[in-house]
Ligand binder design. Structure first.
Ligand code: NAP
Length: 306
């Protein structure tokens, strides 16, 4: 048990914040953790399940005296939340976020924060398709990456302390530049989600034709797409609206490759298809070797990790 911060405030009490609380409790990483969510219903649920040591009625109350403030709301809500809490922050505290896009969040949050506050943006690369205060669990971040993007306002000591907190929660931590983060995530997460949404949408259209056969005979490939496409609509709308350029760049490349594969199918170019699939299979092996997934037939997603 190593306490990293005296008081941590979680703003937003959904999947990520609740998992942070349970993981922090497991590690004893915070002396006390306060929490705030905008709806009374979520605050009530949090109190009922013991999520946070104190559930506050306002964000201002939650951040008072906090050494670390975590913004765990959808990316599109970060600016308004930062504005709301700014006058109530403890001088010298650290503010971080868990948003899936970094450049937009930094631009939206930094201008509101008072001088002397350390702003270190962050993104845990762990999640599930579930949301809300009851969806969190203490092992979500175990052996997953959390990327930190320190801004100009952050001292080295503040970044080091935040790194120690995430490590206590079970994560591996790396620092990254905001634009690089957004490009990498467009490849590994954002574009794949859009492709899954599209495939499920296409199948849904087809369902009307084949009278529910798509659901009835749903094969593993399609089932995996439906799991991803069940992710929170607000979160993903915000991701695409705020990581526009990188996502469009990757989708452009994706479309070119898709056309090449389409041509190979039309012309019966089996060699092209076989070589392509051999290359992609090696990538899968690399991910397993890196410990980021398992050989299990359900892709090791006992808890639906993405
Ligand atoms: P979630 O389970 O849907 O919870 C979102 C929380 O934010 C809820 O407490 C909600 O309050 C609050 N909220 C929503 N809109 C708000 C607004 N306009 N103003 C103030 N509060 C608002 O979301 P999550 O999955 O934890 O995601 C939180 C952040 O983590 C997002 O920025 C997302 O990009 C990032 N992230 C998500 C994943 C993932 O897989 N889910 C992975 C990594 C990072 P109410 O309950 O009261 O509505």
């Amino acid at each position: 048990m190593t306490q990293i911060y005296g008081k941590v405030a979680l703003i937003g009490l959904g999947l990520i914040a609740s998992s942070m609380f349970w993981a922090s409790k497991r590690a004893g990483a915070a002396g006390v953790t306060s929490g705030y969510a905008r709806s009374e219903a979520t605050r009530e649920t949090a109190r009922r399940i013991g999520l946070c040591d104190q559930v506050c009625e306002t964000a201002a109350e939650a951040v008072a005296d906090a050494d670390l403030v975590v913004l765990a709301v959808p990316v599109g809500a970060m600016s308004a939340v930062a504005q709301e809490i700014a006058p109530h922050l403890k001088p010298g505290c650290t503010v971080t976020d868990v948003g899936s896009v970094k450049r937009h969040v930094i631009d939206a949050v930094a201008p509101h924060l008072p001088e002397g506050v350390n702003f270190v943006a962050g993104h845990p690369l762990a999640g599930t398709e579930h949301s809300g205060p009851e969806s969190g669990f203490d092992t979500l971040f175990d052996n997953r990456w959390t990327l930190l993007v320190p801004t100009e306002s952050a001292s080295k000591a503040a970044t080091t302390q935040l790194r120690a907190y995430w490590e206590a929660l079970g994560a591996n931590v790396e620092e990254m530049d905001a634009d690089h983060h957004d490009l990498v995530l467009a490849v590994t997460s954002h574009a794949p989600h859009l492709i899954a949404y599209t495939m499920v949408g296409v199948a849904d259209d087809l369902r009307r034709v084949t009278d529910s056969e798509v659901i009835k005979y749903s094969a593993a490939g399609f089932r995996d797409f439906t799991r991803i496409a069940a992710s929170d609509p607000t979160m993903w709308r915000d991701v695409f609206l705020t990581n526009k350029d990188a996502t469009l760049e990757i989708l452009g490349r994706f479309t070119e490759e898709l056309f090449a594969l389409q041509r190979a199918i039309r012309t019966g170019d089996g060699e092209h298809l076989h070589a392509y699939f051999t290359r992609t299979r090696a990538i899968r092996r690399g991910i397993i070797q890196a410990g980021q997934d398992t050989e299990a037939p359900d892709f090791g997603r006992g808890q639906g990790k993405t």
